[in-house]
Design a binder for this molecule. Structure first.
Ligand SMILES: [Zn+2]
Length: 577
């Protein structure tokens, strides 16, 4: 029997408030809250280690974190080298260290590295970053971890020289010299084969987002059971359930259903659809006393927010507005009708949730919707000359090097190209001290106040958006460029359900639309919404309305410091029409 040993030293930062890995890294780094470990890995029997699909090694050593009392001794530790997730091309390395602090209190470090061939990533960054949580007590498995109290969250990494030292530390013992050599070879082969299976061939299309859960698929349930009502600590008085549903092409999506805690809704369902790069939480998660969702619940509405295929709660994927219009929104409405028994419903739609919903409506795919409030952009796409130029000129070259852009790269860039894009945004948007906000702003336009006027946000909300912006694929920007060039929505995929030109046939909807536009929106100009109102008013006179929101830009409409006075009543009024 031949055994094998090696050493690993990883270091990074942790935070005690943020439970998102990237935010914890950002805030831990800002505050200088360091955390590191020096571990000795021991494989007792290399043959068994290679044959066992769990590939488990024993771990000894210590974790050092000043805020947690200094040196924390590893009492019992395991490393699982390559563990298949849903299939062999999605793997994780898992670390579980049962620790004790100098005062005798038990703690657990649980961490994982995500190994997947995302087109924007490289192998080294995958295998060098450990997404880490420190938990209270000794937490022995993933099941127990779901209910454990999180003490700190962060990311540790290993440098290139650290990795070279790891390799240099590899030692074998026991058996003949030949069997020791063979053991080393087997270990190297296991490592090489693991990486080859993950990274050879075409990249996977469903890589984790920048927000991986404890196990793949976890993120979209946000720690809850599907369909189960639960309280939201940040929103007292309302309850939420996350209802999974399948889009028309089978894509797994979800709805956030929010109601008053002690009152049945009496006004029927409202479907809310958010934009790209975000998730349902963007409409109610801001650290503000109220939200549009609360305002609608208070009015007696049953609120349903759609996480369509662009939601950052799902794995990264390519998508187009055509797919959302044909597959996502009609399926969401079917699911809401099944759940509520309602025949009709109302809708509040924003940005690309609005453009894609407009496509569904104009094509006659959502006849159940009677009243629609649309914010920012719908049928006509009007951009500032500079952002149009940027969109048309920068997307084709960008498409050659990345499959999409992720604002989270500003915290954790997975490749040199990603780091370059993040650095460009940082230089151009020096006015903003939130790196994710700066890169999001850079992604979606030109100038400092593309997504919100900074003066409309309080400091806590500006910090909060850092967790709420994520990946958007180049495929989406390409579709948007086509529409921007045409001046109005065009379908890009040739689905039978959609007309090639949405202005070439009468609108196949009888819904009453209110078109809202922030007067200072430079992401999509208010002129586009006004044009769509005029277009619809021409064809269905007196049915529709247009309303400008003075002093607002794009998303501050939903979480600006005065939105509860300036905007929410306008939306409530529009829904009552
Ligand atoms: Zn900012």
């Amino acid at each position: 029997m031949t055994s094998l040993a090696f050493r690993e030293h990883m270091k990074g930062f942790v935070d005690f408030e943020w439970d998102d890995y990237n935010q914890a890294l950002l805030h831990g780094r800002r505050a200088g809250r360091r955390c590191e470990f020096r571990l000795a890995m021991h494989v007792a029997d290399v043959d068994r280690f290679v044959a066992d699909p769990e590939h488990a090694a024993r771990v000894l050593g210590s974790v050092t974190c000043d805020e947690l009392g200094g040196d924390l001794e590893v009492e019992h530790g395991t490393l699982n080298l390559f563990v298949d997730q849903q299939d062999e091309r999605h793997k994780r390395m898992r670390y579980r260290l049962l620790l004790r602090d100098p005062e005798g209190r038990p703690l657990t470090l649980s961490g994982f590295k995500v190994l997947e061939d995302d087109p924007n990533l490289d192998v080294r960054s995958d295998s060098s970053q450990l997404l880490t949580r420190l938990l209270a007590g000794h937490v022995r498995d993933l099941d127990a971890e779901r209910h454990a109290a999180v003490v700190a969250t962060g990311i540790l990494s290993i440098s290139r020289t650290g990795f070279a030292r790891l390799l240099a530390s590899l030692r074998t013992s026991g058996g003949s010299r030949l069997s020791r050599l063979r053991a080393l070879g087997q270990f190297g082969l296991l490592f090489g084969r693991g990486l080859r299976v993950v990274y050879r061939g075409a990249p996977v299309v469903d890589a984790q987002s920048a927000f991986p859960g404890l196990v793949p698929g976890d993120t979209s349930l946000q720690g809850h059971e599907p369909g189960q009502w639960h309280e939201l600590p940040e929103r007292p008085g309302v309850v939420r359930r996350i209802v999974p549903f399948a889009a028309g092409d089978g894509t797994a999506l979800s709805l956030h259903n929010i109601r008053a805690e002690r009152r049945e809704p009496h006004r029927g369902p409202v479907l809310m659809i958010v934009g790209t790069s975000v998730r349902a939480n963007i409409l109610y998660g801001a650290p503000r006393p109220s939200s549009l969702v609360n305002a609608l619940v208070d009015e007696g509405y049953d609120v349903w927010i759609e996480n369509w295929r662009a939601s950052i709660d799902f794995p990264r994927r390519d998508y187009t507005l055509d797919q959302a219009a044909v597959f996502d929104h009609p399926a969401a409405i079917r699911r809401i009708r099944e759940e509520t028994g309602a025949d009709t419903l109302k809708a509040v739609v924003h940005c690309q949730g609005s453009t894609s919903f407009m496509m569904s409506a104009l094509a006659g795919l959502v006849p159940e919707v009677t009243t629609v409030v649309s914010n920012a952009v719908s049928l006509h796409v009007e951009l500032t000359p500079l952002s149009k130029l940027k969109l048309l000129r920068m997307i084709p070259p960008a498409a050659r090097v990345v499959s999409g852009i992720d604002p989270q790269w500003a915290i954790r860039a997975p490749s040199t190209v990603a780091a370059g894009i993040a650095a460009t945004a940082r230089v151009l948007r020096r006015d903003c001290d939130n790196p994710v906000c700066a890169l999001s702003t850079f992604m979606y336009g030109v100038g400092p106040d593309v997504l919100w006027r900074h003066e409309n946000l309080d400091a806590a909300t500006h910090e909060w958006v850092g967790r709420e912006f994520g990946y958007a694929p180049i495929a989406f920007f390409k579709g948007l460029s086509q529409s921007a060039r045409a001046g109005h929505l065009v379908s890009s995929q040739g689905f039978d359900e959609l007309p090639a030109d949405f202005t070439a046939q009468p609108p196949q909807t009888t819904a009453r639309f209110t078109f809202l536009a922030g007067s200072r929106n430079v992401c999509f100009l208010p002129a586009g919404q006004r044009k769509t109102f005029e277009y619809m008013d021409d064809r269905q006179p007196g049915r529709h309305a247009y309303r400008e929101l003075p002093g607002y830009s794009h998303l501050d409409v939903f979480f600006g410091r005065r939105a509860h006075e300036d905007v929410f009543p306008a939306i409530v009024d529009a829904l009552a029409r």
